[in-house]
Write a protein that binds this ligand. Structure first.
Ligand code: ZN
Length: 142
């Protein structure tokens, strides 16, 4: 199988997933949304960009963007309708700038000289900041 080309991501998700309020639903396996699918939803449905522009930002063709978006919308709809938890992780993506994400509270911070991996999180104080930069594989974004 041909390796998937990485999709450009401007803003990594600050969360690792959602769960329904009802505890019973936690028993069901989660539906996993890839980072590129999260980005497609952010661009097309949150920022309301035209698909042509959104595809350009992710550096994929318009039809490829359409497929990513359709898959993302389908997963979100399934999670809502089937009362499933939804994880946000995985996918072959490329970040256009470096970020630090706190793996304790989900806080996102742009990476610079004053803020590096291992620093205390400015939001929760835990030393759980992890660098997210460049090309990431599915394992790295989990
Ligand atoms: Zn934190």
């Amino acid at each position: 199988m041909r390796p998937k080309r990485s999709r450009k991501i401007s803003a990594p998700p600050s969360i690792q997933g959602f769960a329904p309020i009802e505890q019973r639903a936690i028993e069901e396996p989660c539906i996993w949304l890839n980072w590129d699918e999260f980005e497609a939803l952010r661009l097309a449905d949150y920022l309301d960009l035209a698909q042509e522009e959104a595809a350009g930002r992710m550096e994929v063709s318009r039809p490829t963007f359409g497929r990513i978006l359709k898959s993302a919308r389908n997963k979100v709809a399934r999670a809502l309708v089937e009362s499933r938890c939804m994880g946000v992780a995985g996918g072959v993506v490329s970040l256009d700038m470096a970020w630090l994400r706190c793996f304790s509270c989900g806080h996102l911070e742009k990476h610079d000289e004053s803020m590096v991996e291992g620093n205390e999180c400015p939001s929760c104080g835990e030393p759980k900041l992890r660098l997210l930069a460049g090309d990431l594989t599915s394992e790295e974004v989990l």
